[in-house]
Design a protein around this ligand. Structure first.
Ligand code: GLY
Length: 354
């Protein structure tokens, strides 16, 4: 698969990725290499990584606990302490090997350690391959508020190796699929149609196109001043739902994609009310999402806390909840507003679907 060039770094695919990483490490003459893993990827992914990556530099593995609840500043402090004890310096390289928590947190750790060291992302979940690892967003959560602390910092290189997807659950694959659906609705409807209509689909076939779309958007607007906001399609309501399920002990946490999928249904409803997005397509989205993700147990009593969490979203300015909405497939508008009544209606639209 052809390399995709981001502004300052290449995104290499399959085994070529490891060859390029090996060359990078010898060309840059790093003093030492740190590989950040979690307790899943240390078992499932690190052995493959070690089969394909060669170096004679000193190398250390730092392991953190898996899961979004560990994506916080305390975990970063633990990694910084470990790096310090293991002798990391400004010429060290950090390789992140894991899902979105590892690539987001690892990128942040690297960008702040001694005012910034180089890092390389090797995403191992579908979600991190098609979204989190690409585009330079790094950071951690603050309590249940997602990605509140972070910086833009680009890796030196990304390796996309779909073999790692053998190690993840179907539920995690469906989580990443939501981001591919997102790219489909906003930029290339074929992606959504393939997922919706093709029972024989191999999702790996949609990874390259998804990254191409994300990269084009980020090249145009790296710091999310304008068009990059489109990548938040489904995320305004989706993040509210995700945070709510995460903080509520009575609810089983949703994956990011499960929450974003509900967000796309609700925001499709808002799009129809605010921008005249065709109603038959709102229905098509709702049916496809419920078909893929099932119907999540969400009730009217959940709306208040979800709305409260949405008001904290870092994308909001001046207290207004900021949406990207669709006029049609592949035709979006950023910086849209919707009244609280309409937002409640959109949640009800999902809740009342039988
Ligand atoms: N995940 C949205 C973005 O990277 O902008």
């Amino acid at each position: 698969m052809t390399t995709i060039n981001a502004a300052t770094y290449p995104i290499h695919f399959e085994e070529k990725g490891y060859q390029e990483l090996t060359s990078l490490v010898s060309e840059r003459n790093y003093s030492s290499i740190f590989v950040l893993v979690d307790d899943n990827t240390s078992n499932c992914c690190y052995p493959r990584f070690m089969e394909l990556f060669f170096t004679n530099k000193p190398m250390e593995v730092i392991q953190i606990e898996a899961g979004e609840v560990h994506k916080n500043i305390e975990t970063c402090v633990g990694v910084w302490n470990a790096m310090t004890e293991l002798g990391a310096d400004r010429k060290s390289l950090l390789i992140t090997l894991g899902g979105g928590v590892i690539t987001d947190l690892g990128g942040f750790v690297a960008s702040a350690f001694k005012r910034g060291i180089d890092f390389v992302n090797i995403p191992t979940t579908l979600l991190s391959m098609v979204d989190a690892s690409v585009g330079g967003k790094t950071g951690v959560d603050l309590g249940v508020l997602k990605n509140q602390i972070g910086v833009f910092a680009n890796p030196e290189l990304i390796v996309i190796d779909a073999e790692y997807l053998q190690t993840v659950t179907p539920r995690e694959i469906r989580s990443g699929t939501a981001e591919i659906i997102k790219y489909g609705m906003t930029h290339d409807i074929r992606l959504f149609n393939e997922i919706k209509d093709n029972d024989e689909l191999n999702i790996v076939d949609l990874i390259h196109r998804s990254i191409e779309i994300k990269n084009e958007v980020v090249l145009e607007d790296p710091k999310e001043q304008s068009v990059r906001k489109v990548l938040n399609w489904g995320h305004t309501i989706g993040h509210g739902i995700e945070s709510y399920f995460l903080e509520n002990n009575k609810k089983e946490a949703l994956t990011h994609g499960e929450a974003i999928a509900i967000g796309m249904v609700c925001e499709a409803y808002l799009s129809s009310k605010v921008l005249g997005f065709p109603e038959n397509q709102v229905t098509e989205i709702k049916e496809a999402i419920v078909n893929i993700y099932g119907k999540v147990a969400l009730y009217e009593e959940d709306f208040d806390p979800i709305l409260k969490l949405m008001k904290h979203d870092k994308k909001n300015v001046g207290g207004e909840i900021n949406f990207v909405l669709l006029r049609n497939y592949e035709d979006f508008e950023i910086n849209c507003n919707a009244s609280e009544i309409l937002i409640r209606e959109s949640l009800m639209f999902y809740v009342t679907y039988k």
